[in-house]
Design a protein around this ligand. Structure first.
Ligand SMILES: *Cc1c(COP(=O)(O)O)cnc(C)c1O
Length: 385
């Protein structure tokens, strides 16, 4: 059998019959949008992620847009985020007419560099053109950003903090999930993410009751929620009383049913991914320029296992010839993409981001990767002179 980069069919076989039954139950139940499985999954998700509230939505990109909509982000506002990330992170600011200020990364963890974040905020204030509003930290490749430091900076400058945990849902820092520090954590259930469904899906988690209620409103076209109805009577379905401009971003019932089953095995899968990553580290550390480093006190969910090699593209071709798939996340950082040419970067530019984009390469990683297959992958990497 050929080696898979992420073997989702192996997981499907492992979960087996309960998954098939859960999907059929959702179909036969007939409540295909916002059915009871959505509420059940939201409760499971909140418990897993140590949050007071979890709300499903259509995908991980909408999950980022929902809080920006609630906070009234618009023209003249600055959103600080890494450039070394998937495009969705920086895509939402321009939806609202706001501007990204791209921040450099730490050379070991690839996550937002807090010192450069602060320098970038100060530069925006000094320039006076934009108003700093929001920081989006990313848990790149599955490990938590430096939340204690980033939160402290956000508090000092009065900024909101979004944790984009699309790759890192389930990761912890000193035993705490990102929402412990962030105003809101967002995630994606795209199939290839560590916690994925069988299509598109996403969620937000927060400990802020008022924010959770407003997100529940904007994900359904700005429908009236309990706080809107206080002291007024409306004798119809509150979804036909539109209090604010919203959007349509809901998690399908079938996807919620899939996710209920997947969440049951997720903790074990995180353990498996950590065992696999540790074994990769042992077997590869003397053969490549760098194996991944995790922040002190952090537990990664290993969305990707990413090494560095100065001959990255030749290594990729060599692996391909040996039947080993690999991927480059990300060959072009956001600030160098044509679509984001008009957005800003922090002071002195993004030297670490630009250097890393030339040397990183990710190897197959998933919870069902067995040792024999991993040995084949390791041998292929080692055989590259
Ligand atoms: C995948 C991803 C998203 C977007 O998720 P979708 O569900 O595909 O919209 C956002 N941020 C990061 C860092 C991602 O990796």
């Amino acid at each position: 059998m050929s080696i898979q980069f992420i073997d989702l069919q192996a997981q499907r076989r492992r979960i087996g019959e309960p998954m098939t039954r859960a999907i059929l139950d959702a179909v036969e139940g007939g409540a295909w949008v916002m059915g009871p499985q959505v509420r059940e999954f939201e409760a499971d998700m909140a418990a897993f992620g140590q949050a007071d509230y979890a709300l499903g939505c259509a995908n991980g990109t909408d999950a980022l847009a929902l809080p920006l909509m609630v906070w009234g982000i618009g023209p003249g506002d600055a959103i600080f985020c890494p450039s070394f990330t998937f495009a969705a992170t920086g895509e939402v600011a321009p939806w609202f007419g706001a501007e990204n200020v791209f921040v450099d990364i730490d050379p070991v963890t690839y996550n937002m560099d807090p010192a450069h974040l602060e320098a970038s905020i100060q530069a925006v204030i000094a320039e006076g053109r934009l108003t700093p509003r929001v920081v989006i930290a990313v848990d790149l490749f599955g490990q938590p950003a430096d939340y204690p430091k980033i939160r402290e900076i956000c508090d000092r400058y009065g900024l909101k903090l979004i944790a984009d945990t699309a790759q890192g849902f389930g990761c912890t820092l000193d035993g705490k999930h990102p929402v412990h520090w962030a105003d809101i954590a967002t995630t994606s259930f795209f199939p290839a993410k560590p916690l994925g469904c069988y299509g598109d899906g996403g969620a937000v988690l927060t400990n802020d009751a008022a924010l959770a209620e407003l997100i529940d409103s904007v994900r359904v076209h700005g429908k009236a929620v309990a706080s809107d109805l206080q002291g007024r009577s409306f004798d119809h379905d509150p979804k036909y009383l539109n209090m604010r401009v919203g959007m349509n971003s809901r998690l399908d019932t079938i996807q919620a049913a899939v996710l209920i089953e997947k969440l049951k095995v997720f903790a074990d899968e995180i353990d498996a991914r950590n065992r696999i990553a540790a074994r990769y580290n042992d077997l590869l550390k003397d053969h490549v320029a760098a194996v991944p480093g995790v922040i002190d006190g952090g537990v990664s969910v290993w969305a990707q296992y990413t090494i560095e090699h100065p001959q990255r593209d030749r290594l990729a071709a060599h692996l391909k010839a040996q039947g080993v798939p690999s991927a480059v996340y990300y060959p072009i950082p956001m600030h160098q993409q044509p679509a984001y040419a008009l957005h800003s970067v922090g002071p002195q530019g993004l030297a670490v981001t630009e250097a890393k984009s030339k040397v990183v390469i990710s190897l197959p990683m998933h919870a069902d990767l067995d040792e024999a297959t991993q040995d084949q992958i390791v041998a292929a990497v080692r055989s590259f002179a």
